[in-house]
Design a protein. Structure first.
Length: 569
């Protein structure tokens, strides 16, 4: 790339001439969006802007809060760089160009055409005092689109200490395209050129470098080693207007397993404008009810952190989506246990249990709980509601040899048995020490869950997988299902809806029909949860104090103008 300042001047001139042609009222009588010349002007604007930004980037000045002065000879242009969206302006560490990367690891690339330059904004961890900061990934990759807006106004020479000649004031706006995919110029709606998939692919690649697959394996084999990583994660800014969708992974997995579905759901404007996606990471080596207990605590802590007054309407419409064992973890957030789970252990009152206070508290949290009032829907995908035959004597024995639970877990079990002789009707339940044990068809927890009292306000949905062709190496062991979970175990006739897709256990949650079913459920939920009188709102619930950003040069659309928007190419 030529770094001669004259190249920057020429690219700048091309951007300004294209901008004038597209938006100057003087060209209203001759401008026609169906004319190839109009489309060429869009291409010139985008390509010249990207080329100019690349030159500016070399000087390290392409970040929000910076100002750039460009001298074309005939005029001098001052460009202010600002961030548009929910991210704090000073949280970006650097910007990358989408066109420098090729997507791997995702089946679909979601790119929409319009004006602007799609970019990847790399966010700096710990860059704000926002309470949500603790839930963001380090070096989070965010999709943004750079759009250069020319602000009409007086000459700026004398104000800026520059030679007195014609000046232009421009604003380079970095739009968070998850939050906004259009802008307004000259009282007309203009679509932004967006790419939501490449930044996600970039994040996936960085996740591999950070060892996301290793975390999944470590969480299975050494659950205690991943405690510092467990909890809720957000990969977009917390928005109090949007309904949270919490995605819960399954056995020997991590949140990365949801990226295919997340990528495709973000492609639907009505989804990304009304929902925010969170991901829950937990150690999968322990029995699923331990993960469920921890998730209850983490969701309560999140509520206290982000909404201490407990008044946020969007959080109270939360949806959980769980794959495999994650479906059981999610379902347990909606159950009122009563004495059902305690009665599996003993017929004696809980007050008679002898144990240290900390142990008593842990046991109580695991067996006595209420449904989370904020959870309104649960979607289970490929979930072994009645266990899996793959949790057999051999795999359970192997799991006990390979999975190394924290010493405290084993100590608690031993203390309970030793200090309470004859207290428990069946100590075998206490010795269920791994997730594989907990998923066995003969686990007494599973039928109790099936019969447990569910929250009456929660709607439940199920997706089951069935593979038509039986794998030749285990035909003798085959049951109709996804290869790991039989359909007999995965089905839920008592749920509000259920579909069956032709997919195996590993891919059932990323099957196109599963993704469309989740979208259907989200839209159904939106229709019944939308705030009254807000039929066409850009998000499910209004943001407090929401208003048009000042100094942006954006005019709200209040009149229908005859000029059509910039077309999709």
């Amino acid at each position: 790339m030529n770094s001669d300042p004259r190249a920057l001047n020429l690219y700048g001139a091309a951007v300004f001439f294209a901008y004038d042609y597209l938006f100057d009222p003087a060209y209203d009588s001759i401008r026609n969006p169906y004319d190839p010349q109009f489309r060429r002007a869009c291409d010139i604007y985008n390509s010249a802007l990207e080329a100019g930004l690349r030159l500016i980037q070399k000087n390290g000045r392409l970040l929000p809060g910076e100002s750039i002065v460009i001298d074309t000879g005939a005029e001098r242009i001052k460009v202010s760089v600002v961030a548009r969206g929910l991210w704090e302006p000073d949280c970006f560490e650097r910007l990358e160009f989408v066109s420098d990367y090729e997507i791997t690891g995702l089946k679909n690339k979601h790119h929409s055409f319009g004006l602007g330059v799609p970019m990847i904004a790399i966010r700096r961890a710990g860059s704000t005092n926002d309470p949500a900061e603790e839930y963001y990934l380090e070096e989070l990759s965010c999709p943004v689109t750079a759009f250069l807006r020319i602000i009409p106004g007086p000459e700026l020479g004398s104000q800026e200490g520059l030679p007195d000649r014609f000046q232009r004031h421009c604003v380079l706006e970095l739009f968070d395209t998850v939050d906004c995919s259009t802008t307004v110029v000259a009282n007309r709606l203009v679509p932004l050129e967006t790419d939501l998939s490449t930044p996600l692919g970039y994040e996936l690649e960085k996740g591999k470098e950070r060892g996301s697959s290793a975390v999944a394996t470590l969480g299975l084999l050494k659950p205690g080693a991943t405690e510092s990583y467990e909890g809720l994660y957000m990969i977009e800014p917390f928005d109090p207007r949007k309904i949270p969708v919490v995605m819960v992974h399954g056995l020997w997995s991590s949140p990365m397993t949801w990226m295919e579905m997340f990528n495709d759901l973000l492609a639907f404007p009505e989804i990304r404008q009304n929902y925010q996606f969170w991901f829950y990471l937990y150690s999968t080596g322990r029995p699923f009810w331990y993960a469920a207990s921890q998730m209850r605590s983490d969701l309560a802590e999140m509520r206290q952190t982000l909404d201490p007054s407990g008044t946020n309407q969007a959080i109270d419409q939360m949806i959980l989506v769980g794959h495999s064992m994650g479906g059981l973890v999610s379902t347990m957030q909606t159950i009122d246990s009563g004495d059902d789970f305690w009665n599996l252990l003993t017929d004696r009152p809980f007050d008679e249990l002898r144990a240290d206070p900390d142990v008593q508290r842990e046991v109580a949290q695991a067996v006595f709980f209420q449904s989370n009032p904020s959870v309104q829907r649960v979607i289970t995908i490929g979930t072994p509601h009645r266990g899996s035959r793959f949790a057999n004597d051999y795999t359970r024995f192997l799991a006990r040899k390979l999975i190394h639970l924290p010493s405290r877990v084993l100590w608690v079990t031993q203390q309970l048995v030793m200090e309470n002789p004859g207290f428990f009707r069946d100590t075998d339940l206490l010795t269920i020490s791994t997730s594989v044990d907990s998923l066995a068809p003969d686990s007494p927890i599973l039928p109790t869950m099936l019969e447990a009292k569910r929250a009456p306000w929660v709607r439940f949905h199920n997706i089951a997988g069935i593979v038509d062709e039986k794998p030749p190496f285990w035909k003798w062991y085959w049951e109709e299902g996804d290869g790991v979970v039989s359909y007999e175990s995965a089905r839920r006739e008592d749920f509000d809806s259920e579909i069956v897709v032709n997919a195996d256990h590993v891919s059932v949650h990323n099957h196109p029909r599963s993704i469309l079913e989740v979208r259907r459920i989200l839209l159904e939920h939106l229709a019944v949860s939308r705030h009254p009188g807000q039929d066409a709102a850009p998000a499910a619930f209004p943001r407090q104090g929401e208003r048009e950003p000042s100094g942006s040069g954006v005019v709200p659309v209040t009149t229908q103008f005859p000029h059509p928007p910039v077309p999709h190419r």
